[in-house]
Design a protein around this ligand. Structure first.
Ligand code: 5GP
Length: 112
């Protein structure tokens, strides 16, 4: 089932997009948990890593390199950043379209 992120991909609802290409989109999180908080998603609808398959190997590899590229575009690659993906309930996943949080722009706290 499609999520709110599909609506962002389709430009049916607005988002502050910081990067996009044929396969990926990155936009500012609506409720930032750090000074810089960007979500990176593939256009392909995959619920989370638990639902990714061998068919997604290249996409997921490219996604990691795209995250690094976006971090450079944001100018946080040298100061540092954290990449997080939540999977299902205990991790607190709320949107079931695979996404990676880029958190940066300040000294980040210890992870849970
Ligand atoms: P999750 O908790 O699933 O790992 O992360 C979902 C993230 O999506 C949350 O950090 C939440 O603030 C963000 N989010 C939810 N709805 C919207 C929206 O409509 N627009 C944007 N830009 N972010 C959203």
């Amino acid at each position: 089932m499609s999520t709110i992120f599909k609506k962002i991909i389709d430009k049916e609802i607005p988002a502050k997009i910081v990067y996009e290409d044929e396969e990926f989109l990155a936009f500012e999180d609506i409720a930032p948990a750090a000074k810089i908080h960007v979500l990176v998603i593939p256009r392909k609808e995959i619920k989370n890593l638990d639902n990714a398959t061998d068919e997604d190997i290249i996409l997921l590899g490219k996604l990691q390199l795209t995250i690094a590229k976006i971090a450079r575009l944001l100018g946080v690659n040298e100061s540092g950043y954290r990449v997080v993906t939540n999977i299902n309930a205990d991790a607190g996943q709320t949107v079931f379209h695979i996404h990676y949080h880029i958190l940066a722009g300040e000294k980040l706290g210890v992870m849970a």
